[in-house]
Design a protein around this ligand. Structure first.
Ligand SMILES: [Cu+2]
Length: 135
């Protein structure tokens, strides 16, 4: 009086859930848009969180009265004096008041990175933000 051994329905459901979980996590890495605005003297929002290795589209609108930029640096910058252009990972370049820029880059390895406007005095007056990247 023994029943044949075969995978139970519970086992199969568990496997399906695992596959969906992995697919969902991978699907999130396709692309993300950061909708950013800048004015004197701040970025809105001031922090972004993304996954490593994603395609990031930056939609940057200058809502201020002066030229600004959105520049991602491959390190943490505390003040303008620490800024090293050689460490720039991505920049919108100089964007005039009222203009919108769109551009793409691939998010770097997990870590915390500084975003800033490095037109002299802008960063130190508050045009700084943070990009958080996780695995
Ligand atoms: Cu600026």
């Amino acid at each position: 009086m023994s029943s044949p051994k075969r995978p139970g329905i519970r086992h199969r459901l568990g496997l399906v859930c695992l596959i969906l979980l992995v697919a969902g996590a991978c699907g999130n890495r396709d692309a993300v848009t950061l909708d950013v605005s800048a004015t004197e003297w701040q970025f809105t929002p001031g922090v972004w969180s993304v996954l490593a290795g994603m395609t990031i589209e930056v939609k940057f609108t200058n809502t201020g009265n002066m030229t600004h930029e959105w520049t991602l640096v491959g390190t943490i910058v505390e003040s303008e004096a620490d800024y090293d252009p050689a460490l720039v990972l991505f920049t919108t370049g100089l964007i005039k008041p009222g203009d919108t820029f769109r551009g793409r880059f691939t998010s770097p390895a997990a870590g915390t990175y500084t975003v800033g406007c490095f037109i002299p005095s802008h960063f130190d007056q508050g045009m700084r933000a943070v990009l958080r990247v996780t695995d």
